[in-house]
Design a protein around this ligand. Structure first.
Ligand SMILES: Cc1cc2nc3c(=O)[nH]c(=O)nc-3n(C[C@H](O)[C@H](O)[C@H](O)COP(=O)(O)OP(=O)(O)OC[C@H]3O[C@@H](n4cnc5c(N)ncnc54)[C@H](O)[C@@H]3O)c2cc1C
Length: 354
């Protein structure tokens, strides 16, 4: 059967229905990207006239997660339950979801392009012999043709490629975390819950989870204010200055890739095509030229201030305010002015009355 589908498109495309999203969970909690997939899934399922179905693999904690998923827009949750599904493992997850796909025939299936999501998506695509567009930054559907339009940067970010999987189903895409927004949750919203008890046994799984070690990661994607530093800072110590500025503003420090590569700051703070995508209210770019790969990660910012010596740097095009000059002169002055403003009795009165 697999070989037949490998060489030929499905003979019954009219039988494929529903918009599926993978509800990634970690330690019994839906991950942020699961809610993001529910958000974009809701929009596209409505546009395409499909039911929005969340695929959840977990232990007993799945019941609570299913309720959360309904509040974030999911119509139906297919919850495959087993203690062996508590943690992500490639073989059980891809086998179970692959079999479900072949049985239920979804039209669309999207997953977050996290470490586990990338691993899972490609395994499933091979198992069900369909195509996958990885690491998308835009997703849309053509409702008349029931086609998923998956877009992602290509050729080092020089172009945005639109990729269709017109002949095979489901049409699959993994989506970059941090790009799509969850809907505002609707408390008490409920949907249909289908629970499937998995009969897979621990002995059937060759990989064993000995222990789970959580790496402390800074999340730069949820802060309203991001102060990012680049190669123009010239040295690691420049980031201490940005920390001070971020602290005064209640924001978080991030960086361009070369600053990360230079070891001035950790990789979890990298903004851009190969880093994280941020959409803060305020983005301050200090000593960053504005290469297209960097812009890809911050172009959704509401207000951009750039501090750069070079008035012709590309970042100027994306800036609401550009301050031309040396970061080591400008940033300390900014910090001083913010501190003065905070200490001013006028501002304190205003803060109290708010
Ligand atoms: C496949 C691929 C993926 C990539 N992914 C990413 C990514 O995810 N994120 C990313 O950031 N990059 C990424 N890059 C790298 C990207 O192309 C650029 O090289 C990088 O963004 C440039 O970083 P920068 O702006 O810090 O440095 P530069 O381009 O060197 O810019 C430094 C800027 O600082 C200014 N400056 C210098 N001194 C001062 C000073 N004292 N005060 C104020 N301004 C000063 C200069 O005028 C200049 O504009 C990627 C590249 C490729 C090929």
């Amino acid at each position: 059967m697999l070989n037949e589908r490998c060489s030929d498109p499905p003979k019954d495309p009219e039988n494929f229905k529903d918009f599926w999203v993978f509800l990634e969970q970690n330690d019994g909690k839906l991950s942020r990207v699961a809610l993001e997939m529910a958000g974009i899934g809701r929009k596209l399922a409505d546009k395409s006239g499909e039911k929005l179905v969340g695929i959840l693999l977990a232990d007993d904690s799945g019941y609570d997660m299913a309720n959360t998923a309904f509040e974030y827009g999911i119509d139906k949750v297919i919850f495959v339950k087993s203690p062996i599904l508590k943690h992500y493992r490639t073989i059980p997850y891809s086998t179970i979801i692959g079999n479900l796909i072949m049985e239920r025939k979804p039209n669309y299936f999207i997953l977050g392009a996290t470490h586990n999501g990338r691993d899972l998506a490609s395994r499933i695509a091979v198992k069900v012999t369909t195509g996958i567009t990885a690491d998308c930054t835009e997703l849309d559907v053509d409702p008349a043709k029931k086609l998923l339009e998956a877009r992602r940067p290509a050729f080092g970010g020089a172009i945005l490629a639109s990729i269709l999987c017109a002949r095979h189903k489901p049409q699959m895409a993994s989506a970059r975390p941090g790009i799509f927004k969850p809907i505002d949750p609707i408390p008490g919203r409920r949907g249909e819950l289908e629970v499937i008890e998995s009969n897979m046994k621990e002995d059937d799984v060759v990989t064993k989870v000995i222990s789970v070690v959580t790496k402390e990661e800074v999340d730069i994607t949820t802060s309203d204010i991001v102060v990012a530093g680049g190669l123009g800072l010239g040295k690691k110590e420049g980031f201490a200055m940005l920390e001070e500025l971020a602290k005064e503003l209640g924001g978080i420090v991030a960086a361009s890739r070369p600053a990360v590569d230079a070891g001035w700051i950790t990789r979890d703070r990298q903004v851009g095509q190969t880093g994280k995508t941020v959409n803060p209210k305020l983005y301050i770019a200090v000593g960053i030229s504005g290469a297209i790969q960097h812009i890809a990660g911050m172009k959704g910012s509401e207000f951009v201030i750039s501090i750069n010596k070079d008035p012709s740097a590309p970042i100027m095009k994306y800036s609401d305010i550009a301050i031309i000059g040396d970061a080591y002169e400008i940033v300390p002055k900014l910090i001083e002015e913010i501190r003065k403003a905070k200490a001013s009795p006028k501002n304190n009165e205003a803060a109290k009355s708010n």
